[in-house]
Design a protein around this ligand. Sequence first.
Ligand code: TMP
Length: 204
Amino acid sequence: FFCLEGIDGCGKSTQLKRLAEFLTGKGYDVLTIREPGGSEISESIRSLLLDIRYKGVMDSRTELLLYNAARAQVIAEKIAPALAAGKVVLADRFAWSTLAYQGYGREIDPQMVLNLSNITCGKFNPALTIVLDVSLEESRRRQAGENRVADRLESEAVSFFERVRNGYLKIAEVFPDCVNVVDANGDMDKIQDRIRDLILKRLA
Ligand code: TMP
């Protein structure tokens, strides 16, 4: 079970797709999921969470609980069965997103966020999470290139994303055995090579 993390616009979804193709080519049976989402119920919760109409309306604790609710469901429906069947699960975000965004970004007590994650995830935690670290400028530049309206989270202030980015770096410092940082400002192919190296080492 592996996960890619990072602030919006860090390039993780593109990198995850390429990683999944690479591992499938090597003969692994791969399940990819995105969070929040990945099952019908979790995708419905995702729509609620990202709806721009709820900007300034959705309470931070509601947000925290909904991210956890979406996760509990996708674990039960998709992740647990896939791991039991011997598949490699690749997640586009998982519980470290909640610590970075709701803990550090929204400034909810990090210990409370971790306690809740334990209730939600139990033993289902990625063996390795790779944080793709980009500057705020680079993430904004990449998002501008996507040419679509920003959702509720993406439309947060720069200061929010600064806290989230620093939160991820802190998480990697505190949990070095299961969270690695990769500099994701540069060439996409080189970043993919680095990600593959780290994952293959864990699969060996
Ligand atoms: P995505 O755009 O990477 O699919 O993620 C959706 C948004 O939700 C993104 O802005 C990050 C945010 N998010 C949280 O705030 N907490 C979480 O636990 C997760 C999984 C995502």
